[in-house]
Design a binder for this molecule. Structure first.
Ligand code: SAM
Length: 200
């Protein structure tokens, strides 16, 4: 596995190598004082970018099931004296401890969601996202298009935006935004889509 650019350990391929963090975070239209969660943060490069460049007054949660990723985020927090970063080791499909219901303004998940399809835990994951998101908050899912191309997860674990819309609709969430022109340039076009959901 390639070592993430920031040296933090990640259980998976860090998108720092091939996705533009700013392109993704700009989609969130942050005002600077929100409670934002990088869910499945991996090496934490998006969480750190949000903290350092976009959300000075707010709170950032970095959540991952991989203990080493969270240890490295704790080291970053300590070394840089960052008070508004909360790192949580948790399996999203089993619930994120310490996060109250309807307390998060923005949830970002980059290259994480296909894993729930692989583990057949889609409903459990969406239930937890629906629990913690505020009434006027938004959940942004960015993932690989459901194309049969070599880079990225196996085709059977990919979802289309329509698949995700049906899934989130069944949990009381509605689509508020879709960008299908984002990510890496590959021969077939842009590699990813970013879709956002909010409470109905
Ligand atoms: C491909 S990496 C992407 C990391 C990061 N979002 C990025 O864009 O570089 C997927 C990450 O999701 C985490 N993950 C997978 N399933 C999870 C779950 N059920 N709960 C929390 N984190 C999970 C993995 O540990 C890994 O760090």
């Amino acid at each position: 596995m390639m070592e993430p650019e920031n040296g933090h350990r990640a259980h998976g391929f860090s998108s720092a190598f091939f996705l533009d963090s700013d392109e993704i975070i700009m989609e969130l239209d942050l005002k600077g004082s929100e409670t934002v969660m990088d869910a499945g943060c991996g090496d934490g490069h998006n969480a750190i970018k949000i903290l350092e460049d976009y959300n000075h007054e707010g709170i950032v949660y970095a959540v991952d099931v991989y203990d080493a990723s969270i240890e490295d985020m704790e080291t970053y927090k300590r070394d840089n004296n960052v008070e508004n970063l909360i790192n949580i080791e948790a399996d999203i499909t089993e619930g994120i401890p310490g996060v109250d219901g309807e307390s998060v303004d923005v949830i970002l998940m980059v290259n994480v969601f296909h894993g729930f399809k692989a583990s057949r835990k889609l409903d459990e994951a969406v239930d937890e996202l629906a629990r913690i998101i505020k009434k006027d908050g938004k959940i942004a899912i960015m993932d690989y298009k459901a194309w049969d191309v070599p880079k990225g997860p196996p085709t059977q674990y990919r979802s289309s935006p329509d698949d995700l819309e049906n899934l989130f609709n069944s949990h009381g969430l509605k689509k508020i935004y879709l960008n299908e022109d984002i990510g890496e340039d590959i021969p077939q076009g842009k590699s990813h889509f970013l879709i956002m959901f909010a409470k109905d």
